[in-house]
Design a binder for this molecule. Structure first.
Ligand code: ADP
Ligand code: ASP
Ligand code: MG
Length: 411
């Protein structure tokens, strides 16, 4: 008999009926003799609804109060699921993150888990109870409620699985596994039986929201067997694994990730002297804005252009900061564009193949899509393009790299 940590996402607990469905499923696992710890998200749309209400109160609510607010969504679903389980004769007990003692640092809205107390959970499991834990939240050393960033229930699941040394962490969601790209964008996307941690980490960090990046990091670090499955359909799902499969010929590209949440800023005509990058990006990082890609042109006349990308939510604040920096540096102009998207091809097979980037650029050129920025690493190539071409680019690349399922033809 095994110990499973099962995480059910927002859509899977999005209605009372679906919560009943999850309860039926968990009951089945109990009847098969397994020990189960369940992590649930808030009902789908709930976290966004709470954030929307907060914005009506104050334009920049304090992160501490945001966490008190948004953590409530998961408190609703843990209690409802326990009731549904008890109604089925399955003994169950719910815990908020703070009650379990999921200890985090004090960085509100993107806290990191530091420690988890397992004693209460073990006692419950020993008494034959299902333990139901609120995803996405913890408590800091001063007792403040913290949350783990959007999609953070995945990380709660993996962290609990690591702490309890579970046999598997199962992420149940509204797709039946990890696909070569988002199946909602490319009809011919294919489910993978396995994907390496390394590739999954890239996919997640480049925008594939099927798993939160920190969950993948955590699973890799603590060797947690991790699987993505459909909540209400049978199937093997996708196993995230450390082994690179040597038995089959590896595809050069495993998957395509994309991200619409980016914005681009450029300072034109900055003097080409030492320290400029730090004078531009210093104030940006002090405002807690994360920078993704950075590009600086060579200069012909002792002045240059400096471009970088940030999350779209940070665009307005970053632009304001740059106006100030422009004055200080005597730069010519600040321009910005928040209608961009990043498309990335990912695959460990790239290491041993030349010409992958060129094939990507040729494909985009064939569709008349202009590349605005490029960045590469050992197992990925990313480009920034106009957002309106995103779907076209992803579909074109998916078929150019032979990822389409055999029975679909993409135009
Ligand atoms: P949950 O609420 O269960 O956490 P999410 O919406 O966070 O679910 O993640 C599941 C979604 O991720 C899918 O509905 C799918 O549209 C999207 N997705 C993006 N990229 C991929 C991919 N490569 N494989 C599978 N799903 C993907
Ligand atoms: N409810 C949170 C969110 O919507 C956490 C999660 O679902 O994983 O981001
Ligand atoms: Mg999610």
């Amino acid at each position: 008999m095994a110990l499973y940590v099962q995480k059910y996402g927002g859509t899977s607990v999005g209605t009372v009926d679906r919560i009943q469905g999850v309860a039926d499923k968990v009951k089945g696992f109990r009847e098969a003799g397994h020990d189960i710890v369940v992590v649930v998200s808030a009902m789908s749309g709930e976290t966004n609804r709470l954030i929307g209400m907060a914005k009506e109160m104050q334009s920049q609510p304090s992160p501490r109060e945001m966490d008190v607010l948004v953590s409530t969504g998961e408190q609703v679903t843990i209690a409802l699921l326990c009731m549904a389980l008890e109604a089925r004769g399955v003994s169950a007990r719910s815990y908020t993150g703070g009650q379990v003692k999921i200890m985090t640092d004090d960085v509100h809205m993107k806290a990191r888990i530091q420690d988890i107390e397992v004693d209460n959970m073990r006692t419950d499991l020993d008494k034959g109870r299902v333990v139901v834990v609120a995803g996405f939240q913890g408590i800091d050393p001063d007792g403040n409620i913290t949350t783990l960033g959007r999609g953070g229930s995945d990380t709660t699941g993996v962290a609990l699985a690591a702490a309890l040394k579970a046999d598997e962490c199962q992420i149940y969601t509204d797709v039946d596994g990890v696909y070569t790209t988002d199946p909602r964008v490319v009809e011919g996307a294919q489910r993978m039986d396995k994907i390496t941690f390394e590739e999954m980490l890239e996919m997640a960090s480049l925008g594939s929201k099927v798993l939160q990046i920190r969950a993948v990091e955590f699973a890799g670090k603590y060797n947690v067997p991790l699987r993505v499955l459909h909540s209400f359909q049978e199937g093997p799902g996708t196993l995230i694994t450390t082994e690179e499969d040597d038995t089959v010929e590896k595809p050069v590209i495993s998957g395509i990730a994309f991200n619409r949440d980016e914005a681009k800023l450029t300072v034109l005509g900055v003097p080409d002297i030492p320290g400029v990058a730090s004078r531009i990006l210093g104030p940006i990082s002090r405002a807690n804005i994360e920078v993704d890609m950075i590009l600086q042109n060579i200069s012909a006349d002792n002045s240059t252009d400096f471009t970088f990308t940030v999350h779209r939510n940070d665009f307005a604040v970053a632009e304001e900061i740059l106006q100030q920096v422009k004055e200080e540096l005597g730069a010519r102009e600040v321009i910005g564009n928040n209608k961009i998207a990043k498309v990335s091809i990912v695959g460990v097979g790239m290491r041993s193949h030349a010409g992958v980037a060129t094939k990507m650029f040729d494909t985009l050129a064939g569709d008349n899509i202009n590349i605005q920025m490029i960045s590469t690493s050992e197992i990925k190539v990313s480009v920034v393009i106009a957002e309106k071409y995103l779907e076209l680019a992803v579909r074109g690349l998916h078929s150019a790299f032979d990822l389409d399922a055999a029975d679909t033809v993409s135009e």
